[in-house]
Design a protein around this ligand. Structure first.
Ligand code: SF4
Length: 341
């Protein structure tokens, strides 16, 4: 049985957080490999010139590429075969062996799954491929008011709040844009000043939305999981959180199955979809660029005593980021409605 993390005074017993073991032998086993890699890197650095026309990752899938991939493969077409959604390394290699680097050149009879085929078709026909019926069915299933919402969360390896586990994602921020049937759009936002159980946030959310309408999120499994965690931490809000989860619609779903555009570059991320559907909206000018950055900045603001950035400006940057995420969903929704109406 694992030793208890708490002592008789109910405070954390730090010694039981760590397991101390002698791993000298394992380190020695690794040592020569690391030395070889260091020597290879030094040899590379000392070369007077290196081949910048391509690199070995050309034959790997894009998950293996580093930020320098396009620098080292500048002759690669803008829409290269690597952007085909979840294409396997084996297929990348088969295409390269046949001289195919651009999505434009992928033969019609090349074996791809349906989503991949649609992506290739979209590029080759230079237009999005839509399943109008599927989109209509999805949008018709929603009940007004529509609450477009998004959480930002904080996580740490060592739990900082009683009742939470390592890496538990604790919501500290939410943005909700509520679209009423008459077209009115209203906004609610909450940003916590300290790390705490999200009672206050959920209470204010409930007051704003009530238990009605459909909650719309992007990649909703994230919000659903956060709601499940909160049901355990703050059970008094179970009815509300259960309502959200049972009236949830994942807007991303449309861009996985019913709307394919090669300009999404094989992704259904809101950051790839938004600039194509609503070019006037952009994340580019924001100080906070993604959820990881939001977590890092907020965590330092509330937990790091040496944080000396402008607090008001930092809060504003966080609010602007989360607000754009939910406004982007509203704009994408309007854009879909225009397409099918
Ligand atoms: S993609 Fe990056 S890591 Fe991979 S070979 Fe090219 S430069 Fe190296």
């Amino acid at each position: 049985m694992a030793p208890s993390l708490r002592n008789s005074h109910n405070t954390i017993n730090v010694n039981n957080l760590l397991l101390i073991a002698d791993i000298t032998e394992k380190v020695n086993d690794e040592y020569s490999g690391v030395v070889n890699k260091i020597n290879a890197a030094i040899t590379l650095i000392n070369k007077s010139g290196i081949d910048t026309s391509t690199c070995s990752c050309l034959r790997k899938t894009r998950n293996n590429h580093c930020d320098s991939f396009t620098y080292f493969n500048e002759k690669l077409p803008k829409y290269s075969i690597h952007q085909i959604k979840r294409i396997s390394e084996k297929k990348v290699n088969t295409l390269i062996d046949n001289g195919t680097l651009s999505i434009m050149e992928v033969p019609m009879n090349f074996e791809l799954n349906l989503g991949q085929q649609l992506q290739v078709e979209s590029y080759q026909q230079d237009k999005p491929i839509l399943n109008d019926t599927g989109i209509v069915e999805h949008l018709d299933s929603l009940t007004f008011p529509l609450h477009f919402f998004d959480y930002e969360t904080f996580a740490s390896a060592v739990p900082k709040l009683d009742g939470t586990s390592p890496h538990a994602q604790i919501p500290f921020q939410v943005s909700i844009h509520t679209l009423k049937k008459d077209g009115t759009l209203i906004h609610f936002e909450y940003l916590a000043d300290k790390l705490e159980m999200p009672n206050q946030m959920v209470s204010e959310m409930q007051e704003f939305t009530g238990l009605n309408g459909t909650f719309v999120s992007w990649h909703a499994s994230f919000e659903i999981s956060r709601n499940r965690s909160m049901m355990g931490w703050i059970p008094e809000y179970c009815p509300y959180l259960e309502y959200i989860n049972s009236h949830m619609f994942d807007l991303e779903k449309i861009f996985i199955a019913d709307y394919m555009d090669y300009r999404f570059k094989g992704s259904s991320s809101i950051k790839k979809v938004l600039p194509v559907l609503v070019p006037k909206f952009s994340y580019a000018a924001l100080q906070v660029q993604d959820g990881t950055m939001a977590m890092d900045i907020w965590g330092r603001m509330v937990l790091d005593e040496s944080f000396n950035d402008d607090i008001d400006q930092t809060k504003n940057n966080l609010l602007e980021y989360c607000k754009l995420d939910t406004l982007a969903m509203v704009e994408i929704y309007h854009s879909l409605k225009q397409l099918i109406d």
